[in-house]
Design a binder for this molecule. Structure first.
Ligand code: ADP
Length: 453
């Protein structure tokens, strides 16, 4: 069901229910009030009847009839009756009354009774030691007629106003929802090919404006993500195509004519070098996507960071035997003194990348690594005296495939640092890069320290 139909139905039902409840209440209160007013009039008739009964001996029959005609029978269909109550005998009524009348004879004051539309009032009084019961009944024709009229008016008003209410609320809600429908139509036209389009914001303070702003912000983020993905694919293809072209070129060059053994060896060395580059790019890409998809599901373990770092350093010494990395620890290396909870493989990739960059961009000059505990982090500071990073590149180098202009002469894929940042982020850690061009770079990795159990 559409919101406009739903809204108008709910509104009309609610208003209809309020109207019906209100109408029933008014009807019941009016009916009660009518009865009360008529009871008062019946009470007056009882008093007059009683007086006339007491004075009946003072008048002859003709006078009595005149008085009766003048003071009694003034209410519509009025009946009055005075009967003597004799102990042990049922009263001899000339008219039929409801059974409740006899039950109320012992009531000390006036009592009321009803017989369909007819209302009655009675009272017992004593004269010369005898008990008499006066009963006066009448039909409140005017009152009942007014009540009927009120009821009919309410029913007609109900039948007429409910459809009007429904139609009124339907058109109002439709009008109120028109801008939303327009926005939906516009949003439906936005696709990957025109992701730059935005919804119009007429009043940024009302609900529609807020919704349009939120939607536009979502589109901004989507557009950025879309663009990032596109440039990622462009860069990845480029990084893969370059070594492939070099490999193919070198192979074609080698087979184009008969070469000397040295020339073949040289060609194969170039092919191996480019293939290694290709391998490293593909591995890094795979790692990058692994880190992205494994968020939250990475297997982690608790380990002593300083001992583990020794293993990493040994592994790097094997990869790059001419490195001049010097590691120092700013704390006494006792068992379980610097515990970290993380995925050893991912962290190995991250730290190896940083060590390799430090050595690579400083042409294997001295690299100082300081491991310290700065509560609540285990910190690894990697300091080199290499080419440094331009200030405007400091943030950009964290994006995949971005390489500083001054780094072009050094071989690289531009993925390592972004992968490192992702891994550190995955471990709820932080990474800070400080660098001065031609002076060197300092990279500080902070990983949450787990207190000794
Ligand atoms: P790669 O080293 O393969 O180019 P990275 O993602 O590891 O890719 O690094 C991205 C860029 O950051 C590098 O191209 C370089 O410009 C810069 N960079 C990273 N580490 C250093 C460093 N220690 N010294 C100078 N520049 C660095």
């Amino acid at each position: 069901m559409k919101i406009s139909t739903n809204l108008s139905l709910t509104f009309s039902l609610l208003t209809g229910m309020i109207f019906i409840t209100f109408g029933i209440l008014v009807y019941l209160l009016s009916s009660n009030h009518r009865k009360e007013v008529f009871r008062d009039r019946l009470e007056d008739r009882v008093i007059v009847t009683e007086k006339l009964f007491l004075e009946r001996d003072s008048f002859n029959d003709e006078e009595l009839e005149t008085i009766r005609n003048e003071f009694l029978h003034t209410l519509p269909d009025e009946t009055e009756e005075v009967v003597e109550i004799i102990e042990g005998q049922p009263p001899l009524f000339s008219i039929e009354y409801p059974a409740t009348v006899v039950d109320q004879i012992n009531t000390p004051d006036f009592f009321d009774f009803e017989d369909g539309r007819r209302q009655g009032k009675g009272r017992v009084f004593q004269v010369e030691g005898k008990n008499y019961l006066i009963l006066v009944t009448a039909i409140d024709q005017v009152g009942l007629q007014n009540l009927r009229f009120l009821r009919n008016i309410m029913i007609i008003l109900g039948f007429v106003s409910l459809p009007i209410l429904f139609l009124g609320s339907f058109f109002t809600s439709k009008r109120a929802l028109t801008p939303i429908n327009k926005k939906i139509a516009k949003a439906n036209l936005i696709s990957a090919s025109n992701l730059h389009q935005r919804l119009n914001v007429y009043n940024p303070k009302d609900e529609l404006g807020t919704m349009a702003i939120a939607f536009n912000n979502l589109l901004d983020r989507l557009e950025d993500a879309f663009e990032a993905q596109n440039s990622f694919i462009r860069n990845a293809s480029h990084e893969i195509r370059n070594p492939l072209t070099a490999i193919m070129g070198e192979a074609e060059f080698a087979v184009s004519k008969t070469r000397t053994q040295e020339e073949y060896i040289r060609s194969l060395e170039v092919i191996i070098e480019e293939a290694e580059m290709l391998n490293s790019t593909v591995n890094n890409l795979l790692n990058l996507s692994k880190v992205d998809t494994e968020q939250g599901t990475t297997q982690k373990e608790l380990f002593s960071f300083d001992d583990w770092f020794e293993e990493i350093k040994a592994a790097y010494d094997f990869i790059n035997p001419s490195n001049q990395i010097e590691a120092t620890y700013a704390f006494e290396r006792l068992p379980e003194v610097c515990m970290v909870y993380g995925n050893k493989n991912l962290l190995k990739t991250a730290i190896l990348n940083l060590l390799d960059n430090a050595c690579k961009y400083s042409e294997n000059q001295k690299v100082e690594v300081t491991i310290s505990k700065i509560d609540p982090f285990c910190c690894v500071l990697i300091k080199d005296a290499g080419i440094g990073i331009l200030e405007e590149d400091l943030e950009k180098i964290k994006s995949p495939f971005y390489r500083g202009d001054n780094a072009r002469k050094v071989k690289g894929t531009g993925i390592g640092l972004s992968l490192t940042c992702k891994i550190v982020e995955l471990h709820e850690g932080e990474i800070e890069i400080n660098s001065k061009i031609d002076e060197g770079t300092q990279i500080l990795v902070k990983l949450p320290l787990i207190m000794a159990l």
